[in-house]
Design a binder for this molecule. Structure first.
Ligand SMILES: *[C@@H]1O[C@H](CO)[C@@H](O)[C@H](O)[C@H]1NC(C)=O
Length: 437
């Protein structure tokens, strides 16, 4: 298998990052040393503060230096980068070339962002430009977004919400690709774009994406190889949540993928071809999910060998299976907390990851009773109010409410409150040493 060496690339980023940082720090030390003899800076000078923060970080252990607080938001390199090239385009119709080198150069010129760049994630999500027809649609979208913001705050991940249609022809499920492309170009400091559909709820606020598992891959998606490759089922994977590496391969792949969509003259032909190949496909138009399944089942090695179908945890999972589990899952998590005093300790939200790590030791064998990472409301469309006729509208909206409350309980806990019931809007303060008390 011809590997393009993304693992090497990753470790290269990392070691480059460390070099940059050390270099930057010594340069700063020098400048600071000189300056302090010449001009007495007032303490409020943000530049001095960031210098001071960097100096302070010198005393920290190596692995603690690469925090986001070290990013210098006041500095843009005077050197020419791809941003200065008038030929560079954010739109889908014009391919970007040599992106890996362009991104590397940008990071070279912005050393404070190079540190930690190899595993930095940007969550991208969004919804349509217009108000929702479903009377509770906008309320649900707000709560769905709040859930993602909560997760990102806890894990120090940046997030984008887009509700502009960037390509007039690439609407509905195809609308995300122009957004993902633009996000890659606007964020050379991130390694991964994590697209999460608006109707997906993060239902384990502690779980962290196991990025080291994906070193060799550029596109991570929830799915089952057999269902896609042998059974040719269009639901053998789900394109509503994916991780895509910010690299040339991804830009090229999106070009190939989008060539099967509504902006392409072959759109109609692809609809027919996908219907013929994936017998269980119901919508006659070419959709991004079946198009991806096609590329995995029939595509060239250079695409398939870089795509990882994740099935070991709920990278996203079908709500009908998951939403009924929340109560029993909560019972088991509470049991663990009653047993393990350390997990009950009150703490600042900023250090929540420490408690997630601690809890992991106790819940990793829970199997189906683990909190599902992402509950995806596939078949329910909160904004326009449409839904799969297989279930009632209220099942959709109530399921969403329960999933959002289940997730929010994990957040509220750090603020001293809890919802006693997932069907209830009311919250109550929690006593010291809850849930043992
Ligand atoms: C939850 O646990 C109760 C009590 O053990 C059981 O009766 C019920 O079937 C469980 N629910 C699910 C969805 O497994």
């Amino acid at each position: 298998m011809a590997r393009l060496g993304s693992r090497n690339k990753s470790s290269l980023w990392l070691s480059d990052g460390c070099c940059f940082l050390t270099g930057a720090l010594s340069a700063l030390l020098l400048v600071w040393g000189l300056c302090s003899f010449i001009i007495p800076f007032p303490n409020t000078d943000p530049k001095l503060n960031s210098v001071a923060a960097k100096l302070k970080s010198l005393n920290l252990p190596r692995n603690q230096i690469t925090t986001s607080s070290a990013q210098d938001l006041l500095y843009d390199s005077p050197e020419t980068t791809f941003y200065d090239d008038p030929e560079m385009s954010y739109t889908m119709d014009k391919p970007v070339t040599n992106w890996d080198e362009k991104r590397r150069q940008w990071l070279l010129h912005h050393p404070s962002f190079a540190a930690g760049a190899s595993d930095r994630i940007l969550l991208v999500t969004g919804s349509q430009p217009k108000r929702c027809h479903n009377p509770i649609g906008d309320h649900l979208l707000l709560r769905f977004f709040k859930n993602k913001v909560d997760y990102c705050r806890i894990h120090d991940i940046d997030i984008i919400y887009n509700n502009a249609l960037l390509h007039p022809k690439m609407n509905s499920y195809w609308a995300k690709y122009p957004v993902v492309k633009a996000a890659m170009i606007a964020h050379p400091e991130v390694e991964w774009i994590w697209w999460v559909d608006s109707d997906a709820v993060i239902t384990d606020m502690e779980f962290k994406l196991p990025l080291n598992r994906y070193n060799e891959f550029n596109l991570i998606i929830h799915g089952w190889e057999d269902l896609v490759k042998k059974k040719h089922s269009w639901t053998g994977l789900n394109a509503g949540v994916f991780l895509m590496r910010n690299c040339q391969w991804s830009l090229d792949f999106m070009d190939v993928w989008a060539a099967m969509g509504p902006s392409s003259p072959d759109y109609k032909k692809w609809g027919e071809k996908l219907m013929a190949t994936f017998k269980d496909k119901v919508i006659p138009d070419s959709d991004d999910q079946t198009a991806l399944a096609y590329l995995i089942a029939m595509g060239e090695d250079k695409w398939t060998e870089k795509i990882y179908l994740e099935k070991d945890y709920y990278f996203e999972g079908y709500w009908v299976e998951l939403a009924k589990m929340y109560e029993n899952v909560s019972v088991r998590y509470d049991e663990v907390e009653r047993r393990v005093g350390g997990l009950r300790r009150r703490h600042a939200e900023k250090v929540s990851e420490r408690y997630g790590e601690m809890r992991e030791e106790h819940v990793k064998y829970f199997g189906q009773w683990r909190r599902p990472f992402i509950t995806h409301f596939t078949g329910c469309q909160p904004c326009n109010g449409h839904h799969n006729p297989a279930y009632a509208a209220d099942d959709c909206w109530n399921g969403m409410d329960r999933a959002l409350n289940f997730a929010d309980n994990q957040v509220l806990r750090t603020y001293g409150y809890v919802r006693r019931s997932l069907n209830d809007k009311a919250v109550t303060p929690i006593p010291y040493d809850y849930p043992a008390a």
